[in-house]
Ligand binder design. Structure first.
Ligand SMILES: [Zn+2]
Length: 198
């Protein structure tokens, strides 16, 4: 039996994280009420992101090109790398006016979930540092257990290089997922970063 289109939409929307059946229903009805052009724009942006988006070969940010706009921007401070968990964190940190480069880990170390250091982009970060020219690494992983573990791990790995390592701290509530920090808090957290390898 063929599902009706609205039911199909509700089912697909509820596959998204944080979207329960009720929210999916509300979104589906909203989409139904939108004008066709706006609704198709949403649909097309999903198609585009899947067909065109890829990971930057340097920092693992999401981009349409081999190298992302940030890595290829000559005005960015190339001696400074801010290490984040997910590409979405970059959007947040960009709002603070940060001018350095990034490195996206693709998650945190989590022994319980079987995520070892090899499964996230730590080796790639080390390679960037080993190439030289990097003066400071800011570890902007979340101030929760997994984020702290990851930050500690990275600072251990990078100990042998002549690079300053700092950790965002100030103003971020302990245990928070960085995704939920507002830009003022995050901006203070970046400014008030503390060296952890001094
Ligand atoms: Zn990049």
């Amino acid at each position: 039996m063929k599902k009706n289109p609205l039911e199909n939409l509700i089912e697909n929307l509820s596959k998204l994280p944080g979207i329960g059946r009720k929210t999916a229903q509300r979104l589906a009805f909203f989409i139904m009420s939108m004008d066709k052009e706006s609704a198709l724009e949403i649909a097309n942006s999903i198609v585009t992101v899947k067909e065109k988006a890829r990971y930057c070969s340097i920092c693992f940010n999401i981009t349409e090109n081999e190298i992302c706009d940030i890595c290829s921007n000559p005005e960015r401070i190339r001696s400074l790398i801010c290490v984040v968990e997910e590409p979405s964190n970059i959007i947040l940190i960009e709002k603070t006016g940060y001018k350095g480069l990034y490195h996206v880990l693709g998650g945190n170390i989590s022994p319980q979930e079987g995520i070892t250091a090899e499964k996230i982009k730590i080796k790639e970060l080390e390679n960037r540092v080993a190439q030289g020219g990097i003066e400071e690494i800011i570890l902007a992983t979340s101030p929760n257990t997994k984020g702290e573990l990851t930050a500690q791990w990275i600072s251990d790995v990078l100990k042998k290089y002549k690079v300053k390592i700092s950790r965002i701290a100030y103003g971020l509530p302990i245990g928070i997922d960085i995704e939920f920090a507002d830009e003022v808090t995050l901006s203070k957290a970046l400014e008030g970063r503390k060296p952890i390898n001094a």
